[in-house]
Ligand binder design. Structure first.
Ligand SMILES: [Fe+2]
Ligand SMILES: [Fe+2]
Length: 453
């Protein structure tokens, strides 16, 4: 097999600048956003210009959430970019996702938020026909999925799972059968099969398994089927984080989920994938290039990181003053005990240093970190989780601190473990979840060589 290379980008969230995103209400909203909004047209233009400039990579995969919220103007602008890139000689394979047909897309101006025209899910096939469907070997139009020949000997299953009528990402039985047929056919034809799917199939980080739509409902069955039928690698997006995770089925087959962050928010990465031979795939990551925007003197990386940290810092403020806003995300709205715990925690996090916080809990922090503001550590830990390769593994002062602190809350954690959904079929264990959230022990998330079988 010859060496095949391609780009993967995800969650482009293109928002046409002509709609408008500014004003007081917009600024207020952006306090809670991980990704940028007004900047996204400029970011996409810079990323596409870069992709076009790389002459030795001809294939680009885009893993869904193409537009901000499905604004008609954004679809028009984004497809213009796709067309230009295609005309430059690239082959483009997209899938769409939930943000491409939201029922009430909007913009912002000095008077606040206003509605704009969107498109229907049924229109997506025509909008994006040229970018995957047109030259596909097989198309499942109802599910906006297709199977395409990426290179000689390499086939892509571009899968969409955002509409089973329940509003939750999942595959219907009928679609699973179509996927199985394509996988078997690929195997019989001697093809190296890979997949792309917007919603993660394995939780990027263990804590994501607690978020309602972070992983598909029937992901376990689907990943087992894919791996056992010979599809060992899938590119995903949606959570806007960088992660690579592995599962081994009962039959001993491997399945890898390579999740790529959004180009419009920290960590803002582009993946470069090299299929080295029939069982080895190399994954590399690079930052999105600089884009045309007034960043107030910041580097692009700092600009994205500051947007991310603003979201965390606003969330900590809400923890203290409006805890129910956060509990709603965990399906625990109205829970008085959790409200009290969140509120107290929020106040402590925003006013303590690591040292003073530890002292209150009768825990000893390493002097090397005790002067640091607790809120800064929390913001960094969350950002690390999205950037991947989290550094606070066993033996670091930060790891020791987190475990000692959790130990002080053991009785509450026992209650919480029962309230959270199981993770990969096992009961939730907050100690394990936190351990793997602050430190990455598995495959590196940004640069890795995967052995598929
Ligand atoms: Fe997204
Ligand atoms: Fe998404």
């Amino acid at each position: 097999m010859e060496c095949n290379r391609f780009f993967v980008i995800a969650d482009t969230h293109y928002f046409a600048s002509s709609i408008g995103a500014y004003g007081e209400e917009y600024e207020k909203r952006m306090r809670y956003e991980q990704k940028t909004h007004a900047e996204t047209q400029a970011i996409n233009e810079a990323v596409f210009e870069y992709l076009e400039s790389v002459k030795d990579i001809d294939v680009v995969l885009i893993a869904g959430d193409l537009t901000y919220n499905g604004e008609k103007e954004s679809h028009k602008g984004f497809t213009r970019l796709l067309k230009r890139l295609k005309e430059s000689g690239k082959r483009i394979y997209i899938i769409t996702a939930g943000h491409d047909y939201r029922p009430h897309p909007y913009g912002f101006n000095e008077n606040g938020r206003f509605d704009v025209e969107g498109i229907k899910r049924g229109d997506l096939f025509d909008y994006y026909y040229e970018f995957g469907f047109k030259n596909a070997l097989a198309v499942d139009r109802e599910h906006l999925s297709y199977c395409a020949q990426l290179f000689p000997g390499v086939r892509l299953l571009a899968l969409n799972n955002d509409d089973d009528g329940t509003g939750k990402p999942t595959y219907s039985g009928e679609q699973i059968e179509w996927i199985r047929e394509q996988a078997i056919k690929g195997r019989e034809d001697g093809q190296f099969m890979i997949a792309m799917n917007h919603y993660p199939l394995l939780p990027g980080k263990p804590v994501f398994a607690l978020t309602p739509d972070a992983v598909m409902k029937n992901a376990d069955a689907v990943t087992t089927m894919l791996a056992d039928e010979g599809v060992h690698l899938c590119f995903t997006g949606h959570m806007h984080n960088q992660s690579i995770n592995e599962k081994i089925t009962e039959k001993g087959n491997k399945f890898y989920d390579v999740c790529t962050g959004s180009i419009t928010g920290c960590p803002a990465k582009i993946r470069i994938v090299t299929i080295k031979d029939e069982k080895t795939v190399k994954i590399e990551s690079m930052p999105v290039p600089d884009f045309e925007w007034d960043m107030g003197g910041k580097t692009t990386e700092k600009y994205f990181a500051d947007q991310f940290d603003m979201m965390i810092n606003s969330t900590i403020e809400d923890m203290a003053g409006n805890p129910d806003r956060l509990l709603r995300d965990f399906g625990a709205s109205g829970n008085r005990i959790l409200q009290a715990v969140f509120s107290r925690l929020g106040k402590i996090v925003s006013t303590s240093t690591i040292g003073s916080f530890s002292k209150k809990l009768l825990v000893k922090a390493d002097p090397a970190i005790s002067e640091r503001k607790l809120q800064d550590l929390v913001a960094e830990v969350v950002r690390n989780m999205f950037e991947g390769d989290q550094p606070y593994i066993e033996g670091t002062p930060e790891y020791e601190l987190f475990m000692k602190v959790l130990g002080r809350f053991r009785p509450i954690i026992k209650i919480l473990n029962k309230k959270f959904p199981s993770v990969n079929g096992k009961p939730a264990d907050l100690f394990e979840i936190v351990k793997h959230t602050i430190g990455n022990y598995g495959i590196p998330d940004n640069e890795a060589e995967l052995i598929l079988k």
